[in-house]
Design a protein around this ligand. Structure first.
Ligand SMILES: Cc1cc2nc3c(=O)[nH]c(=O)nc-3n(C[C@H](O)[C@H](O)[C@H](O)COP(=O)(O)O)c2cc1C
Length: 191
């Protein structure tokens, strides 16, 4: 898959097959974050891998899916849940532009997973206090987001953003995601 193909198809996935993500894919994701560009090469992003089924099950009620959709459409059913979570944590003892560094790390992580067919959903609507406690995060370690992962059981495609769609993703008649994106003309101009 070329990088542009990856960027087109690496969408957010919210329903998954119930087969585990292999360890080599987990290690690729860790490597992708380890190698990420970051301000002054300070490397403040940390990961917690949650892959034991009993731990994955404890995370499920602490994340919120698809704010633009009613829960019966956007929340995965028990047989559609992600099989792996990766917590993305910032070590705030290390100074720098942690927001930018974390964004780059998230992009690398999700692209490395997608390169092996593993789909993801970056999740910011999460119960940070309870997840931090569950993972035993120490003072100064700040939970930024959870990434839900697994082999997707639906497709997702980019569609043109129109006045009708606005920015809200929606499901088509086959329950596949349609994700409106602004046009190139709208987001870029030549000087
Ligand atoms: C910082 C961030 C936080 C997000 N939080 C959530 C979330 O809590 N729940 C969810 O279902 N999707 C979440 N998403 C996924 C976005 O809804 C998704 O990226 C967006 O709709 C565009 O779809 P695309 O990733 O396929 O381009 C988040 C994405 C990002 C980048």
């Amino acid at each position: 898959m070329s990088i542009m193909e990856s960027l087109v198809t690496r969408r957010t996935y919210r329903r998954f097959d119930q087969r585990p993500v292999p360890q080599d894919v987990v290690e690729d994701m860790i490597e992708a974050v380890r190698l990420s560009s970051c301000g002054a090469n300070r490397q403040a992003v940390r990961l917690v891998i949650i892959q034991k089924p009993e731990d994955v099950a404890r995370v499920q009620p602490l994340v919120k899916w698809a704010a633009y959709l009613p829960p019966e459409q956007g929340t995965p059913k028990p047989e559609e849940l992600p099989t792996l979570f990766v917590a993305v944590v910032q070590d705030t003892a290390i100074p720098g532009d942690l927001a930018t560094d974390t964004g780059i790390a998230l992009a690398n992580l999700t692209l490395a997973a997608w390169d092996k067919g593993v789909g993801s959903c970056i999740m910011g609507a999460i119960d940070r206090p309870r997840l931090s406690e569950m993972m035993g995060l120490s003072d100064g370690m700040v939970l930024h987001s959870m990434v839900a992962l697994g082999y997707p059981s639906h497709t997702s495609r980019v569609v043109p953003m129109t006045e009708q769609t606005g920015v809200k993703y929606y499901l088509d008649e086959e329950r596949n995601y349609c994700v409106p994106k602004r046009s190139a003309e709208e987001i870029a101009r030549y000087l």
